[in-house]
Write a new protein. Structure first.
Length: 130
């Protein structure tokens, strides 16, 4: 696969994750919706990583800011703060004790706000891609 094909693969997969995020939100599965929202942004970040690096296989990490740092891309301060908050849904959202804690703090209102920010962040990040 070419670099462009790899980028398209990650972006198509990201779109599927965005669809899953929306589906889970409608089903009131808020923690899981944000898990997939993080995955959506992660795959866009990995597309930027592929664009900005010689290699075509991004690192197997989940921290959005670390991926972008390795991609030599600096997001806006507001986006960085949001991505730092969202990271907890990818990392902590994998373990039962953490999922229960996240369920207690993740309301419909918070999820609505985060999904709005996810979409805004995605729009900004996608401008970096062909």
């Amino acid at each position: 696969m070419t670099k462009k094909e790899h980028i398209q693969y990650w972006l198509q997969s990201a779109k599927e994750d965005a669809d899953t995020m929306n589906y889970l939100f409608k089903g009131k599965r808020y923690v899981h919706a944000l898990f997939f929202g993080h995955l959506y942004l992660e795959k866009i970040c990995k597309s930027i990583w592929i664009k900005n690096n010689i290699a075509i296989h991004p690192p197997k990490i989940h921290n959005l800011l670390a991926i972008l740092e390795q991609a030599k891309f600096k997001p806006e301060e507001k986006q960085s703060v949001f991505m730092l908050k969202l990271n907890q849904y990818q990392i902590e959202g994998r373990y039962s004790d953490d999922i229960e804690r996240l369920k207690k703090i993740t309301s419909k209102e918070l999820t609505t706000q985060y999904i709005s920010e996810i979409k805004k962040t995605a729009t900004c990040l996608l401008k970096e891609l062909p």
